[in-house]
Write a protein that binds this ligand. Sequence first.
Ligand SMILES: [Zn+2]
Length: 267
Amino acid sequence: MFFSEIPGLEDVKKILINSVTTNHSAHAIMFLGKSGSANLTLALAYATFINCEDKKGEDSCGVCPSCVKMNKFIHPDFHFLMPTPGKIDGDAEQAKLLADWRLFLLSNTYSDHTAWGQALGAENKQLGIKIDEARKLVASLTLKAFEGEYKIALIWLPEFMNNAAANMLLKTLEEPSEKTIFLLVCNDIEKVIVTIQSRCQPIYIRDFEDHEILAYLEKKGIDKPIAQKATYIGNGNLQEALDFVQKGGTSENHIAQFRDWMRLCFN
Ligand SMILES: [Zn+2]
């Protein structure tokens, strides 16, 4: 993931880039943004930039061995912890989960937990981050870095973590081994256990502005009229705008909003 692929948010990007180029990266950062914001995408771009072997000014090179693996989410020093519908038993289930996760990220990094549940075929199950999964992450971080300068742990949606999982992570989060960076990507800080919050440096990520979503969709080759409608319906949420486009720009759920939009245009 490149910073340049993310529309707008130049101020946040600058802070993140400077922290790497001046060697002042915090060891635990909480990317706070609403669903449909760039919180996850920024964390991925940041992680890629940290381990890029040939940084190009303000972005990753995209072609070094690290970037190639980071962009496929298969770098051995890039670890993930995300909500799951239940206990992940055995290596085969773990491998299946990771394969699903990579596909999910490759298709869209602006999605939310509902889309993730659907991707897992677990729409009706409650997602959570439980102690066994947290323990696996901690164990993987005790190993020496394989290839990268840094070991990076990305925790997606820490608000899904129960107390036991949070307690398992606390010590590592507070005193990580050398060259280990935690990136937590949160949509709802109110639900994150306070002890986890207090150990992270927060980065606030605003919603997208309409012109940013519009530019993003047009760059993706979406016809302007559809892109405009999607931007209106997204209302700062890129995921919703993309959903609208994917449904051909005619989702019945959005007919009322579309009608309002037409009225607005008319006025
Ligand atoms: Zn690179």
